[in-house]
Design a protein around this ligand. Structure first.
Ligand SMILES: NC(=O)C1=CN([C@@H]2O[C@H](COP(=O)(O)OP(=O)(O)OC[C@H]3O[C@@H](n4cnc5c(N)ncnc54)[C@H](OP(=O)(O)O)[C@@H]3O)[C@@H](O)[C@H]2O)C=CC1
Ligand SMILES: CC(=O)N[C@@H](CCC(=O)OP(=O)(O)O)C(=O)O
Length: 320
């Protein structure tokens, strides 16, 4: 029998990508709400409680409200918003976080899916903190280059409305108050004791994201260099189905004439991890599709794990 799955927010950016991933799977029956009733609280409550898996692809407040409507103890909620990502009653939806995470995802009925910038940052930082290479109080900074779909329907409309604007044609740094909403999850799940200085930049392309963390080798544990860091990532992520730890200095495959391709994981659920630099200074970079491994792809991976399915089901094909 197929699992019943409902997507609340089915016409939003993340919801549409989720439905794209789920459509055509014979182990899933999608419960669809009539488009005109998609904000009707009673109809949403009915569908939420009929679902084995209820994805919430909504703004934070609407997610909190939707979660409160679920009374069926068998319904597993996978929430895409920021609302519950540091809530101890919810499981953080990053299977690669620590070895125990998959078991937590299998047993938990409340899963907080990752933030796109945050998950890339955490996947870079957490193995180094756990290995004792990076002190938890290290004064980290990071920057992220992201496509505009990260800003949801409103930002997509802004970029695609057809009006040519010089501002939109150039990369735009934002969150200039240094209080981006992903900081709490970066700190908690990164295993850090202080927030990083985090600088996101949105550019004139739909999707694709790369977070980069610069490091001074002299500030890390003695004996650390690009090769030892790379070996830690290989050990940690070598068996992960969606992680690729790219070869050191593999210019031919990693770079296009010396330039990095932020869109290199688009339409996949893959995350590519790079260690750049030399003896004194390093850049750690992780790229993904913000709508794939950064949102809808991760949500499907979490669902597969929760349901006891092969976690790559429905995720190995590319999406459009
Ligand atoms: N875009 C991305 O890359 C990522 C997004 N996320 C998170 O996923 C969630 C959804 O984001 P995104 O898809 O980008 O957002 P969009 O703005 O594209 O879509 C939001 C959806 O929520 C629906 N909605 C809004 N308010 C309500 C309400 N009060 N009741 C019912 N439905 C409502 C909208 O309905 P309607 O169709 O009527 O407008 C729309 O379908 C957010 O919390 C976001 O932070 C997480 C990771 C990455
Ligand atoms: C370009 C852009 O605005 N991106 C979003 C991140 C999208 C994301 O990860 O989603 P959550 O909103 O669920 O955390 C931002 O930086 O706020």
């Amino acid at each position: 029998m197929a699992f019943q799955v409902y997507v609340d927010g089915q016409e939003g950016t993340t919801g549409l990508r989720l439905i794209d991933y789920l459509t055509g799977r014979d182990d899933i029956e999608l419960l669809r709400i009539d488009s005109e009733r998609r904000r009707d609280r009673d109809e949403r409550a009915r569908l939420l409680n009929n679902a084995d898996i209820a994805f919430l692809c909504l703004p934070d407040d609407a997610s909190r409200e939707a979660a409160s409507l679920v009374e069926n103890p068998d319904t597993c909620i996978i929430d895409a918003s920021t609302a519950f990502r540091t809530d101890p009653e919810w499981v953080y939806g990053l299977p690669e976080l620590v070895p125990e995470q998959r078991e937590r995802l299998r047993t938990g009925k409340r899963i907080a899916n990752v933030g796109c910038h945050a998950s890339a940052f955490i996947m870079l930082v957490r193995p180094l903190v756990d290995a004792g290479i990076l002190p938890p109080d290290y004064p980290l900074s990071a920057f992220s280059l992201t496509g505009y779909s990260g800003g949801g329907k409103r930002m997509i409309a802004e970029y695609e409305s057809g009006g040519s604007s010089e501002q939109l044609a150039a990369p735009r740094p934002y969150a200039l108050n240094l209080a981006h909403k992903h900081l709490p999850e970066m700190r908690l799940h990164g295993g850090l004791t202080r927030d990083p200085v985090f600088n996101p930049v949105v550019g004139p392309f739909l999707k694709g994201l790369a977070v980069t963390i610069p490091l001074h080798v002299a500030e890390l544990a003695p004996g650390t260099n690009a090769t030892t860091l790379h070996a830690i990532y290989r050990d940690r992520y070598g068996d992960e189905p969606f992680m690729r730890v790219m070869a050191l200095d593999d210019d031919e495959h990693n770079l296009d004439r010396g330039f990095f391709d932020v869109q290199g994981c688009n339409d996949t659920n893959r995350a590519d991890l790079f260690v750049f630099g030399g003896a004194e200074r390093l850049n750690l970079t992780l790229r993904m599709d913000n709508l794939g491994k950064g949102a809808a792809g991760a949500a499907v991976q979490n669902m597969n794990i929760h349901l006891g399915l092969d976690e790559t089901t429905g995720l190995t094909r590319t999406t459009t």
